[in-house]
Write a protein that binds this ligand. Structure first.
Ligand code: ZN
Ligand code: ZN
Length: 356
């Protein structure tokens, strides 16, 4: 990423700011600070007016902030107070704040520094909406992260045998991703075997894989801040008829969902396409979550793909499609891929082999 790329992102957000009738925005979510400036420290905030940018951080990050952003940061221990005062003295009248990220304590500090001269406007999605469509640099990171997880899954799956615990399998997958070049796992790897598969986000335990179990692995790698996300379900040993039948159903639902991913389609339509396959087979009550989500600097980000979502898919968005069936007391199946949206068929970037 170049300083110019960050600068053009800020320009886009400034444009959105004007549309909402605000003169400036105070960006406090670390992931949004990073998106707009490149700063990766744990304590930073950005004030964006329609034609200027100020970054504030504390003394630990002075050098790092300059190197990463090309900006001269204001070094202070009172980040919000300093930036809000800057906004006020610059003549701004209306300051947008990130309603999804500001704590009550932060809000009190902001309101105090506004001294009644600034109208505070809580806004949702100002930066998140810009983050939905990825540029080529971001797509490169996302493809690399997905390829690392693919390779780790493929290698470690060869070593799975009865007696291995969920935790051992999760550890092996995470170790393989690190060796393969991941900065870290994208999230705590999910391994759910046998009846544990009925919990969509089961955390690995000392349960030992047994012959006849289905194992659901949900994993991803993080590369340069970008995450990958993939789920595969496979069998240990022989497969029962009920397992084969439900697997076929989830597989068909997942393919139907992927086929609905195209620029111009509603996110709710993707959910509906996958869900219809499962509902028509009588398992609607066992598909307990939305069909997918955006992936980028966060593992779960806009757009969310579920029934009530109103976002329309656009070129360059990166989303997952991950229907599942979870039967209490029996087990579960989920298949998840990450796709890059385009006007044609989406590019599927998670490529590890699927199938029982
Ligand atoms: Zn996942
Ligand atoms: Zn996911």
């Amino acid at each position: 990423m170049t300083y110019e790329q960050y600068s053009s992102r800020r320009l886009a957000v400034s444009g959105a700011l004007a549309e909402r009738g605000c003169d400036a925005v105070l960006v406090t979510a670390p992931v949004n600070v990073r998106y707009l400036t490149g700063f990766t420290g744990s304590n930073g905030a950005v004030l964006l007016t329609r034609d200027s940018v100020s970054l504030a951080t504390d003394g630990r990050y002075d050098e790092q902030a300059q190197r990463e952003t090309g900006l001269t940061p204001t070094i202070t221990r009172a980040l919000l107070r300093t930036l809000v005062t800057d906004a006020r003295t610059s003549g701004a009248r209306s300051l947008a704040i990130e309603r999804d990220h500001v704590t009550l304590a932060h809000f009190e500090a902001i309101a105090d520094a506004a001294e009644g001269e600034l109208t505070l406007t809580p806004c949702a999605g100002l930066v998140e909406n810009e983050r939905m469509r990825k540029d080529e640099t971001e797509l490169g990171c996302l493809r690399r992260a997905a390829a690392i997880a693919d390779a780790a899954f493929t290698a470690v799956k060869q070593t799975v045998s009865p007696g291995m615990t969920e935790r051992e399998l999760a550890d092996a997958l995470e170790e393989a991703m690190r060796r393969g070049g991941a900065d870290a796992p994208a999230f705590a790897t999910i391994v759910a075997a046998g009846v544990n598969g009925a919990e969509p986000h089961h955390q690995p335990t000392s349960y030992a894989l047994a012959l006849g179990d289905l194992v659901t692995v949900d994993m991803g790698a993080r590369v340069d801040g970008y995450h990958s996300d993939m789920t595969r379900t496979f069998a240990v040993g022989p497969v029962d008829d009920w397992q084969r039948e439900l697997y076929g159903l989830v597989d068909a639902a997942q393919r139907a969902g992927c086929a609905a991913v195209v620029a111009g389609a509603g996110t709710a339509e993707v959910d509906a396409a996958a869900r219809a396959v499962i509902e028509n087979a009588g398992h609607g009550e066992h598909f307990v979550h939305g069909v997918g989500h955006g992936v980028g600097l966060q593992i779960h980000e806009s757009p969310m793909l579920f029934g009530a979502s109103e976002v329309v898919l656009a070129d360059g968005m990166v989303v997952t499609v991950e229907p599942g069936i979870y039967v209490p007391g029996r087990g579960g199946i989920r298949i998840e891929d990450t796709l890059i949206v385009s006007a044609d068929a989406p590019e599927v970037i998670t490529r590890a082999a699927r199938g029982l």
